[in-house]
Write a protein of this length. Structure first.
Length: 199
């Protein structure tokens, strides 16, 4: 089980990082209660709060880990510098950054995660549906493969690194079943070259 903390909603579509250790610990305790578990397998810092030393933010999670309330610690939307700084403070099990076929600003973070066996959890892996539709940039390749564009987008992610764990959101069991089939889709070197050549 994974969850996040470290952000507060201050208004409609307004989220602000809040990394005070007392707040982070309180939120983990509330999560334990609401989820009815004794330990959270993965607690992720939703965003690094620039107003609080990173060592204090991660230190709060490390204390909870020592108490057996947290098993692993992860980060979300971090740069490579932030990830390496965090790794010097406490072991980081996962990074959840925006990443997909057309949004690859976190390439250096993915490469570091791959080299250091850190789970890389790309959110919006099909670009909020932009890669899933019939008019998507990968639709022609998907048709050649007898797959859907969403399956190809997910298969591409799974192919580029063994540490990638995509999290495509869905409200449909049919789409969930479709997405799961991406695991079975085999991409050749030429398929990958065509996908990598797309803007």
């Amino acid at each position: 089980m994974a969850t996040k903390t470290g952000m507060v909603r201050t208004g409609p579509n307004a989220f602000v990082p809040l990394g005070h250790p007392v707040y982070l610990k309180q939120e983990v305790e509330l999560s334990l209660r609401h989820l009815k578990v004794d330990r959270i397998d993965l607690i992720q810092l939703h965003r690094i709060d620039p107003a609080v030393p990173l060592a204090d933010q991660l230190g709060a999670f490390a204390e909870l880990k020592e108490q057996g309330k947290v098993r692993h610690i992860g980060l979300s939307e971090v740069s490579l510098d932030q990830l390496t700084e965090a790794q010097a403070i406490t072991p980081i099990a996962s990074v959840q950054n925006l990443y997909n076929r057309v949004t690859r600003q976190s390439q250096d973070v993915l490469e570091y995660a791959t080299a250091n066996n850190i789970a890389f959890v790309p959110w919006f892996p099909i670009a909020t549906g932009k890669l899933a539709g019939p008019g998507s940039p990968i639709a022609a390749i998907a048709e050649d493969l007898g797959a859907t564009p969403a399956q190809v987008a997910l298969a591409w992610l799974l192919h580029i690194s063994p540490v990638i764990l995509p999290i495509p959101g869905t409200t449909s069991l049919d789409h969930l079943a479709e997405n799961l089939q991406a695991v079975k889709l085999s991409l050749s070197d030429s398929d990958m070259a065509r996908l990598n050549a797309l803007a």
